[in-house]
Design a protein around this ligand. Structure first.
Ligand code: G6P
Length: 586
């Protein structure tokens, strides 16, 4: 996690970097720091614990080169001492880093033995000292040699006293180069420089870029030159801003009026082609993390229900344990908003070793996952900034429906269902609807636990609902399959404990209502979500009847509820404590 960025150009470098860090804050917001190359080639630094958003000045002098970091702590607590940039012994080399150095203990002992003095508890600092050891070779070669010693996934940017530029290297964590007019950017993500340019070049793993005059790319392994393709991004800077909304989360929830439609605007023949491959594969696996993982789990039910077909859902961090079941005829379908989640990329690596074909559903065009996949379906949701995923979720679900219908040769039936769903979501997201959910949030916002149950297609969405409640409101949310309640969780129900019941007009409706009754009989406060009102509900939130597509419409009121709960409890809606949007460490 962590966001890193660098700039060289005609602007006030440290200010440009500060503004870029504000756009990267979703990646980490424990502390931030900037180093710039002052007029005499001297490095000046500013470091602060806390978020960068309230800062308007860096306090650094005007310069043309600067690097900056916004931190999500891994090694070493949150303190000014551990805030990046980190330096070598002579304070001549400044380094920022996103990732984890797996052999950092060993390197730290080795460097300490040679007299290097460490001033932080971070793993990053070893890079600065390694670069120092090779510094007589020039910054480019010194960074290259240093990165040869470092194990794990990383992205690193370094500057050096007296050197008019910067060097960046990637061994697993994202780095994108923005090409402006006589100004250049390097960053963990595109929104950092979208105000300045839409032209980008992606660094791949084991590559580095030297920005002195123009960016020049090299292989980290051989040191030889590498050619890169210029890609133009079609996101606008506005899309990555909050606009009239108070938080990105509510903006992104409301965007679902359009994003489901945009998601299904896929090339039908591509969908059909992949569906045919699913039909002929030796096992299809779906994998993702967090919310995207719950989308994959829903996929398992979608394929079962619509296509009468078994597909396997495996959480990405567990995927390597399934290696033995993979063959060249197996298909891996990955789902990831960012396309940068480390565990997903590791799953891809595991699958590729076995010759497995990779199909991905990704929001960020050009992301690592996009580039590593044999085929990508872009979900077209536009930038998603809030840590809690909302619009990406429903867009990903919509594409899984299309694929499932296509495996039965009925892609048009699927498209019609999704068109109907999109139009009903549009109707649903009106001010009265929002007010009704806010009213519910007021009733339950002081509770310490919320349980969510579902069955069939809505069981994975019960798990996703729990994630939403936890991350946005910090209330303990817990999702279960309705039938599992009496095997343990029922013991936790007390008088007034809220229990959300996700329902649809389907064959499991009587059973889930039966489960709701069991909770009610123990004093639970029943919140029904679904198309049909029932006497067991203490509070009912209506969702449209869209038959098999019920997970799409049922998760939206839960997203809204989590949002209002978070607002009422004074939580950091878009940047929940301890979390980051793009989890680039395993
Ligand atoms: C983090 C985010 C989640 C997201 C998950 C996977 O935990 O907070 O919203 O679902 O990572 O991210 P991805 O980018 O792969 O979808």
């Amino acid at each position: 996690m962590c966001g890193i960025t660098a700039y060289k150009g005609k602007g006030d470098a440290s200010f440009v970097v500060m503004e870029a860090l504000k756009k990267l804050e979703y990646r980490g917001y424990d502390s931030w720091g900037i180093a710039s190359l002052g007029a005499e080639g001297i490095i000046e630094t500013v470091k602060n614990v806390g978020k960068i958003s309230s800062h308007t000045e860096t306090g650094l002098r005007q310069s043309s080169v600067a690097i900056g970091h916004t931190r999500w702590a891994t090694h070493g607590g949150v303190s000014e001492r551990n805030t990046h940039p980190h330096f070598d012994c002579g304070n001549e080399i400044a380094v920022i880093h996103n990732g984890i150095i797996e052999n950092f203990d060993e390197l730290r002992r080795e460097l300490g033995g040679r007299g290097h003095e460490f001033r932080s508890e971070t793993d990053t600092e070893v890079i600065a000292h390694l670069i120092e050891e090779f510094s007589s070779l020039g910054l480019k070669e010194a960074v290259r040699k240093a990165m040869e010693r470092v194990k794990g996934r990383s992205a690193v940017i370094a500057i050096k006293k007296g050197y008019d530029g910067f060097v960046a290297a990637r061994t697993g964590s994202p780095l994108i180069v923005g090409i402006g007019e006589n100004e250049y950017f390097v960053s963990s993500d595109i929104p950092a420089f979208l105000d300045h340019t839409k032209n980008v070049m992606y660094l791949d793993d084991d590559e580095m870029v030297v920005v002195e005059k123009k960016p020049v790319f090299y292989s980290l392994k051989s040191g030889g030159l590498v050619e890169k393709r210029l890609i133009t991004i079609d996101w606008s800077a506005d899309q990555a801003e909050k606009g009239e909304f108070e938080h990105f989360m509510i903006k992104e929830i409301m965007e679902q009026k359009d994003t489901i439609l945009r998601a299904i605007n896929q090339n039908d023949s591509e969908i059909q082609k992949i569906a045919n491959e699913i039909n002929s594969s030796f096992g299809t696996f779906f994998t993702g993390c967090g919310t995207a993982g719950k989308v994959c789990f829903t996929g398992q039910y979608i394929f079962s229900k619509i296509a009468n077909k078994h597909v396997n859902y495996v959480n990405s961090s567990e995927f390597p344990n399934y290696e033995h079941f993979l063959r060249p005829e197996t298909l891996l379908i990955t789902v990831s908003q960012s396309g940068e989640t480390a565990d997903v990329l590791e799953a891809v690596k595991t699958a590729k070793k076995k010759g497995v074909k990779i199909i991905s559903l990704v929001n960020v065009k050009g992301s690592t996952l996009d580039r590593q996949s044999d085929h990508t379906f872009l979900i077209n949701a536009g930038p998603e900034k809030a840590v809690a995923s909302t619009k990406a979720t429903t867009a990903q679900l919509a594409i899984l429906y299309l694929l499932a219908y296509a495996t039965t040769g009925k892609i048009h039936e699927g498209k019609n269902l999704l068109l109907e769903t999109a139009s009903k979501v549009n109707d649903m997201l009106n001010p009265r609807y929002l007010a009704r959910i806010e009213e519910l949030a007021k009733i339950i916002c002081k509770k310490s636990d919320i349980y969510i149950i579902g069955r069939g297609l809505n069981y994975p969405m019960a798990l996703e609902s729990a994630i939403k409640v936890q991350e946005v409101s910090y209330i303990h949310g817990h999702g279960f399959a309705g039938g599992e309640l009496k095997h343990g969780p029922l013991a936790l129900i007390e008088k007034g404990t809220p229990c959300i019941v996700l329902t649809a007009k389907d064959d499991v409706f009587p059973q889930i209502i039966g489960n709701a009754m069991e909770v009610k009989a123990r004093g639970g406060y029943i919140i029904g979500i679904g198309p049909e009102k029932h006497g067991v509900f203490d509070y009912w939130i209506k969702t449209p009847d869209v038959r098999e597509a019920s997970p799409i419409v049922n998760i939206i009121p839960v997203q809204l509820l989590a949002y209002y709960l978070g607002v009422l409890r004074g939580c950091e809606i878009d940047y929940p404590r301890n979390l980051a949007k793009s989890v680039t460490v395993q």
